[in-house]
Design a protein around this ligand. Structure first.
Ligand SMILES: Nc1ncnc2c1ncn2[C@@H]1O[C@H](COP(=O)(O)OP(=O)(O)O)[C@@H](O)[C@H]1O
Ligand SMILES: [Mg+2]
Length: 384
């Protein structure tokens, strides 16, 4: 089957589309990447998405329109990808844009529950392309007692599980998350959780201090000096002490948190580049500490491939910090590109595979990763 996956993450930078051929294998499905494309959101759409993510309250009409507008953007993106690469699609998996994710139960209108919402009217894709579309992947896992995230471990396991080497798949999007697969481990031994901030604070500081949407290649951070007292204080954040499974979002490392962080940098009368260097070091340190504390003790073998994907893999300052922290503790640090999977495409590939699973009535969540009590078939299908 030729399946397109669409992902737009917490960075709210745009839509990644990947098209893969998926064939059933003896133990795990076999995947071949046929194409991938990135479509940045227009400035107006990005503003609307960020406003809805951060809002304490939003008008109903605003949310309904945004939901529809995103669906149109998804349809445009997948149609354009198919056209450019002359591909006929059999199925589409659309993650949507998370506007709200509350993995822990809270009280509302007399009931306590966890909930999540990925916006983007996927019917727009089914109607435009006349192909079946799977969307709304996360609720099934939450109703099975999980956190609804992460869902990418299924792909990580299918692509990277290895008989001899331990593997860590580190994605650095807005939030950074990892999937660890000990050598020759079954899927029930997979460890997956959000390590903490990825690019989210870096992006906010780049915008606030330099008027740029992100720190291209980490050039700004590369000119700065890490403010050790600020870094040390930031690492005391309670999130970093929490045991997995754990998930993070803008609630933890969004605008308010970044603004406080900047104030702390300013108290050291730092240059603007130093604030960026320190935020970049916070991402690197929180990744390395997460690995040392929660993963390394479970990796029986000493040699581990640490494979980085997501937009953060393009940040050279961040990558060299990771290198300095992880190589001495036995990791070979690489990007997913070196394994044939472009860093920007991997999460989109995951939603192609998840759609394929659902289409075949196969489960998509990994209880070891999400904390669900059972594996379940995810999402809803529109028949186009
Ligand atoms: N060339 C680059 N240099 C530095 N950072 C980059 C580069 N390209 C992308 N990024 C970062 O990656 C982010 C997008 O990564 P992505 O994996 O799409 O995250 P998400 O899943 O949260 O949308 C951007 O916001 C930016 O911070
Ligand atoms: Mg993105």
């Amino acid at each position: 089957m030729t399946v397109a996956g669409l992902m737009s993450g917490t960075s709210a930078d745009g839509i990644d589309v990947a098209v893969v051929r998926i064939a059933p294998g003896r133990q795990r499905p076999r995947l071949t990447l046929l194409a991938h494309e990135g479509f940045p959101y227009s400035a107006a759409l990005r503003r609307a998405v960020l406003a809805a993510m951060n809002a304490a309250s939003t008008a109903t009409a605003e949310l309904a329109r945004l939901n529809w507008r995103l669906g149109l953007a998804y349809a445009d993106a997948v149609e354009e990808t198919a056209r450019r690469h002359k591909l006929r699609l059999d199925l589409v998996g659309c993650h949507g844009q998370t506007l709200y994710h509350q993995p822990r139960a809270e009280s509302y209108a007399g009931r306590r529950f966890a909930c999540t919402w990925q916006a983007g009217e996927a019917q727009a894709i089914a109607a435009r392309l006349r192909v079946p579309v799977v969307s709304n992947f996360r609720p099934a896992d939450i109703f099975a007692g999980g956190q609804g995230a992460p869902l990418v471990p299924l792909l990580d396991y299918a692509l990277f599980a290895d008989g001899k080497r331990g593997r860590v798949l580190q994605n650095i999007g807005g939030i950074a998350n990892l999937t660890a697969i000990p050598a020759s481990a079954g899927s029930d031994a997979v460890i997956a959780f959000d390590t903490g901030p990825g690019n989210m604070m870096i992006d906010w500081l780049a915008q606030e201090l330099f008027g740029k949407p992100f720190d291209r290649n980490g050039a700004l951070a590369g000119r700065g000096v890490v403010l050790e007292p600020v870094l040390k204080a930031a690492l005391k954040n309670r999130y970093f002490a929490r045991k997995p499974p754990r998930t993070a979002g803008r609630e933890q490392f969004g605008r308010e948190y970044a603004a406080e962080f900047l104030k702390a940098c300013r108290r050291q009368s730092a240059r603007d580049e130093d604030a960026l260097a320190t935020a970049t070091a916070l991402t690197a340190e929180s990744i390395a500490r997460s690995y040392r504390r929660f993963v390394l003790p479970k990796m029986k073998e000493r040699a581990v491939d640490y494979i980085v994907s997501g937009g953060g893999a393009c940040n050279r300052t961040l990558m060299s910090m990771l290198w300095r922290l992880l190589v001495p503790i036995g990791c070979t640090v690489q990007t997913s590109e070196e394994f044939g999977w472009p860093a920007a495409a991997k999460e989109a590939v995951a939603f192609a595979l998840l759609a394929w699973q659902t289409w075949h009535r196969l489960p998509g969540n990994m209880p070891a990763a999400t904390g669900a009590v059972r594996s379940v078939v995810l999402g809803q299908v529109m028949y186009g």
